[in-house]
Design a protein around this ligand. Structure first.
Ligand code: GDP
Length: 445
């Protein structure tokens, strides 16, 4: 099942990014700046009770940051329209109802998506009264919040999850493990995504079982490879390269988000002659933030004069440098044009898929934890009166990606470097070489 997408929209300065940061909580601070760029984080995965969804701050996705407010607002609505499952429309009680709010409300009303109006900066009684004017917008549900003071966020989140599709139960989840592997082909234009798609489907081992257009998205293709059912998710528009207009790359970011949200593994296609650009890193960062599997495909390898260990090593080095935040990502070399390397890419996908569904035995997990603590005790934490992290338990609570729940005395005592130590221990102990792992720290009880 696709992870649902919740989009935050609103005119500039109403507090969208404060709300985004508030909902994401402290994870934000840990993983910000992940793609090595200075951009703010725009997207994150949120768990709320049994629900999991992807939260997007559309304000940061504007194609044209210098544009007029009107343009920005239109773009945001466009983005929300395209891919969100639930929309949070933020307004500012201190400024009151503005004509831009009205224009936006009018357009949002037509989306017919679950829509909640979050009136922000409501932090005293006078403002609470002031908030009533927003009912004029006639948008239905209104929640009063203060992102800054952390007021009303619980109510807002309860509203949001009530309008999401029901979460998958554990059994369904287990069942899904026997189901199809979902691969999304993502990347910049002209790197050879369409050609790669055709090269994959043209393999002898690929048995295309359905006519395209029968699945949820017309661009999805179902087939089986070496007996494994696969759904190939194509990013919209890539079969029509002629229609890609300037300024569209940002839109394609949300397209990529949408494809990623429905996938298990992203095949990030790059061009051997222009490796690991900032845009590539951006998409890789999205996959990382969404906990998806990732394989970097270095396509057009036929254009490299020497195909030897040295040039491959150089390419792997360049990719590693750019994607240093995910050192475990496999790199595959292909020529979609000549149909080289396609089988190796598919085998890597199948192996990564198996790693992502792996469950490790509970008793071995205990041993690994005890061993890790014995080798490296959590150090006292500065700023917390020298307190130490105490880990009381460790369980694997999910797959795809493998997710480990640490029960601790205080999650705030988890230092980034200690978390990385634990992650590396899990990787080494259980052979998680290529997948993203998710580590969650919760207070006991
Ligand atoms: P997309 O926009 O990512 O879907 O890229 P396309 O699949 O439309 O390919 C863009 C261009 O790159 C086309 O002219 C292809 O012929 C060319 N191309 C794609 N894959 C390869 C490859 O492996 N080697 C070479 N030399 N050219 C390729």
């Amino acid at each position: 099942m696709a992870t649902p997408i919740v989009a935050i929209v609103g005119r500039p300065n109403v507090g969208k990014s404060s709300l985004f940061n508030r909902i994401l909580g402290r994870r934000q601070a840990i993983v910000s700046d992940v793609a090595g760029t200075t951009r703010d984080r725009l997207l994150g995965e949120v768990s709320w009770g049994d629900y999991r969804f992807i939260l997007i701050d559309t304000g940061g996705l504007e194609a044209n940051p210098e544009g007029t407010v009107r343009q920005k607002v239109q773009e945001q609505v466009g983005l929300a329209l395209a891919d969100a499952d639930v929309v949070i429309f933020v307004t500012d009680v201190a400024e009151g109802l503005t004509p831009t709010d009205e224009v936006m409300a009018e357009r949002l009303r037509r989306t017919h998506k679950p829509l909640v109006l979050a009136v922000n900066k409501v932090d005293n009684e006078a403002r609470e009264l002031g908030a009533t004017e927003f009912h004029q917008l006639g948008l239905g549900d209104v929640v009063l919040i203060s992102a800054y003071h952390n007021l009303g966020i619980f109510d807002l989140m309860e509203w949001v999850v009530a309008h999401l599709p029901p979460p998958q139960s554990q059994e369904e989840n287990e069942e899904a493990s026997q189901g199809e592997l979902k691969l999304a082909i993502v990347g910049r234009t002209n790197v050879g995504k369409s050609m790669l798609l055709n090269a994959i489907l043209g393999q002898e081992r690929a048995i295309v079982s359905e006519v395209p257009g029968t699945t949820r998205d017309a661009l999805d293709t179902q087939f089986s490879y070496d007996g494994q059912d696969i759904l190939l998710i194509d990013t919209a528009g890539i079969r029509r390269p002629g229609r890609v207009a300037p300024g569209i790359e940002k839109y394609s970011v949300l397209r990529a988000v949408s494809a990623l949200s429905r996938s298990d593994i992203a095949l990030l296609v790059t061009d051997a002659t222009g490796l690991a650009t900032a845009q590539d890193a951006h998409i890789a960062g999205l996959a990382w933030e969404m906990c998806r599997g990732l394989i970097v495909v270095v396509n057009k390898w036929d254009l490299i004069p020497q195909d030897d260990a040295e040039s491959r090593g150089r390419a792997v080095g360049a990719v590693g440098e750019r994607f240093h935040f995910m050192p475990y990502v496999p790199v595959c070399f292909t020529s979609a044009l000549r149909c080289w390397g396609i089988d190796a890419l598919m085998q890597t996908s199948l192996e990564l898929g198996q790693e992502r569904w792996r469950r490790v035995p509970a008793n071995r997990l205990q041993h690994v934890l005890i061993g890790a603590l014995a080798d490296h005790m959590p150090p006292p934490v500065k700023g917390h009166a020298g307190q130490r992290l105490r880990i009381d338990g460790l369980r694997q609570v999910d797959v795809n990606p493998p997710t480990f729940l640490f029960t601790v005395n205080n999650p705030q005592l988890v230092h980034f470097s200690y978390q990385r130590f634990l992650e590396n221990r899990l990787r080494a102990s259980f052979g998680f070489d290529r997948t993203h792992l998710r580590l969650v720290f919760k207070r006991r009880g």
